[in-house]
Design a protein around this ligand. Sequence first.
Ligand code: FAD
Length: 424
Amino acid sequence: QNICKPEGYVMDTYSDFDTVEALNRRLAAPLRKLVRTKFFRTLRVELYKPCQFWRSEGSCFQRDCIVQPLEDRDIPAAWRKQTVDQTNFGPFLGSFPRQRPEYSDKDFALVNDETYGEGVWLDLVENPERFTGYAGAGANAIWMSIYQHNCFGVPPYIQDTAGGWGSQLVNVDGKSMPFVQPPRKHRDLAPFLESLAEEDTALTLPADVPREYRMFYRAVSGLHASTSTHICADYFNATSNQWEPNLNCFIARIGAFPDRLQNIYFNFVLLTRAMQKMAPFLSAYDYSTNVPKEDRAVIKLIPKVLSTVKKAGLVFDDSELFLSANGPGLKTEFKENFRNISRIMDCTGCEKCRLWGKTQTLGIGTALKVLFSYPDRAFRGRFTSLDFKRNEIVALITTYFQFSRSIEDIAMFRGMYQNLVTDW
Ligand code: FAD
């Protein structure tokens, strides 16, 4: 079983795995530098919105779950000024202040965090996505809730068997998708893999599931798999007291599940297509922070990233999606479901996980907005019809980098796995 090396085409795209990896080798370095600049590492997020769906089951207060907010003096004055107090929003209707809009019709995610409400300014580089120790029924419940209630079209195929938290997912054939515990020692890995080989760990979405539904499921599963990859690549080993990659963790959560691995690449391809479409707008955008060194860096890096992305050619065909007779209704449903995922992220009981859950949901939501809320021509000329806020641009490029990082991590784990297999 070649667990860390996917082959052939990334399903539902025009890209094969090798080409995606080659593209990522060219992109990873400039993207990494770009997301370390002040413009891209500084983000305001409404981190403490109450969970609307269930009573929160307790929070993780361990050191690695907590985020450190930035001081006001670290935020460019122009960005601070844009912040609007939610209670002062808009004209009064009767004696009640009008509710601020959480989104516009074009949005696939909730976007208003940067300018409204109780947001906190954070430094994304200082709070990386990695192992935090947040796990258990609460964490499982969030992923379950996303799959069960929001992957419309998919629930008939992936269902909660027992109901309630911590129950298992079943795959297309009704087989249970195991909650797999990573084997503790490398020598336990071979028997573990053998035991998995007897299960069908490949989740194949039936061909008659509409492409829009498949895209939705792949986007969510890919985000989940990418998060898991970062957890395993930047794992805290409590025995050695070191942060280090954990191969067993990677294999047990992603490597042994071809569809999860594949969905990471799927998201990278989807985001690449969005970057290609948005390129003229991104190259004209004003990234200034009034810190000359930072601004010079962005001006140098943006063209590098965009020209690499443009050279990638046709990666994903979005032109046929949502065009069938029920296309408009499907798109509305798709947006409502994806926005719901934004809301579910508020239920995550670990600040840092919530930060990354919200940021990446916004990043993928922004990519979907670029692809499905505007025609190509809107990104040419003077961009007058476009409405993208600063946090959407930060989230899009940050999320692109997170998937780029996952693809690099997969290559690293592949090397570790090959060395291990040679030793067996
Ligand atoms: P989970 O990852 O919780 O998955 C639950 C079940 O979903 C699995 O048993 C499996 O059946 C199925 N499944 C797993 N992966 C996929 C996939 N890719 N596609 C389809 N089905 C799948 N922990 C951290 O340490 N650091 C973080 O930054 C972090 N961020 C998080 C952000 C969010 C929004 C959430 C909800 C959780 C986050 N967590 C984070 C917790 C982490 O994602 C796991 O929930 C936790 O590590 C427990 O993992 P698990 O093995 O029980 O399975």
